[in-house]
Design a protein around this ligand. Sequence first.
Ligand SMILES: [Zn+2]
Length: 291
Amino acid sequence: MLFKNKIAFLTIFCFAVAVIGCKSKSSMAKKVLVAPIVSVKLDTVIKTVVVHDTIPKLSLGEHKVWTLEKAGLHNDVRQETAIHYDIRKPNYVIIHHTAQNSLNQTIRTFQVEHTKVSAHYVISRDGIIVQMLNDYVRGWHAGLSKWGSITDMNSISIGIELDNNGKETFPDAQIEALIQVLDTLKSNYGIPSSNFIGHADIAPARKNDPSVYFPWKRLADRGFGLWYNPSELVSAPDNFNPIDALKIIGYDTRNLKAAIVAFKRKFIVNDVSPELSVYDKSVLYNLYQKY
Ligand SMILES: [Zn+2]
């Protein structure tokens, strides 16, 4: 097959929406939205949103075709077509470090069959931005994770991997390229500042990326992620409950020590012990009021 085992990289963001409209006997429209296909493994990912049950199958070239049942329709209920809709948008951005040694190594990791991981973007140390999945496609970067009450972060987020081995700083060129991508995502999808977070935030017991070297404050200063106000730090009041505060921010506190370490890796940086000092609590107290 023409595209078998090949990933197509498109440098231009394209969103192809094919609307096939025709009238059935009952005058109900059949509409088929073909979601964007950018950098997807064409024989494994489905891009169809099918409205109306009278279309048994859609042939999309070499793309795998979902049956209607798998495309989200209940075959045993009455079907009526509403005409107002579009494609669901990402609402979070999850930042990772690759823990690998080169851009090409990471690209390959996301292209071989057995790894079962991917991200929408990979950014090299010198600022090369590679898009590997369309923004609207559900990438496999978050894994088992939780933020607030959300338990399927992959379904609502964009994953960005920074080429970094986890023990080194992030070069300026890489961070500036990241900010360029974040700027576009924020403006395209209306993602709020608080929803730019790290992998360790949503999976504190499993993950530690991005590392303490990641410049979260610099990002927050540009509108991506929230930061406390250093000049307004005060001692947390006696009735302050730090566990509730962590939960309000979004942390999964079932493993409290892991949640505290994740919080401190990001906001305290020079001490990532699993206890909250008086200072740590004052930072947490200041920060959680922004949520
Ligand atoms: Zn990660």
